[in-house]
Design a protein around this ligand. Sequence first.
Ligand code: ZN
Ligand code: FE
Length: 255
Amino acid sequence: MAFELVTIPCLSDNYAYLLIKDGEAVVVDVPEAAPLLAAVAERGVKVRDVILTHHHFDHVQGLDEVKEGLGTPVRVIGCAADADRLPALDLALGEGDALQVLGADVQVFDVSGHTLGHLAFYVPEAGVAFTADSLMALGCGRVFEGTMDQMWAGLQKLAALPGETVIASGHEYTEANGRFALTIEPENQALQDRMARIRDARAEGRPTVPSTLSEELATNPFLRAHLAEVKKGLNMVGNSDPDVFGEIRRRKDSF
Ligand code: ZN
Ligand code: FE
């Protein structure tokens, strides 16, 4: 349990993360160099790896400046299938491929949907999953490139992780996500309670991430499309889980 997870606010609403063990660190996503380099300097850690979750500009644009600022070689890790849209990778991989960072095994999941080639990285020893714009706090990424079925299937992989898994996602969208979630499940007490905590956190300027998977399973409508009460509330009792997910996602797009 020597791992430390540091949440780093970047740009207007992005998050990068630093996972630290024994003075070494891995960076997950590089929206902006300055806050990342400051977090690294403050803790005096040596960054070994930079993981890129997906190709969107707001997750990769700080890479060159981070590399330059660190001044020591790092291994840049990302999705093989999306390598032509990502910065130059030192290690290109896909779902199920073996990966170790900080001496720990990492499980790589293809969670395409938001983009084709979006990966999530689960570090069992640290109890953390880096999900960026796939599973988000009370939400999920907009389905830009894949299909609703694909996005739902990707989220199901994350939903199967241990409930205590820390979900380190990519944006501070939680309060707006929660307002939407309440339109899907107005009676969900766990959701109402979570929203109260989120409003308090935001009023004090605190991040609402990371969250835990068990919180998401209890409150995140995008993980709850298979539930009878959710289908009933949407008048979609006979519909498939991905269809219900798709309906919820489309409603959120125009919320
Ligand atoms: Zn994105
Ligand atoms: Fe993003």
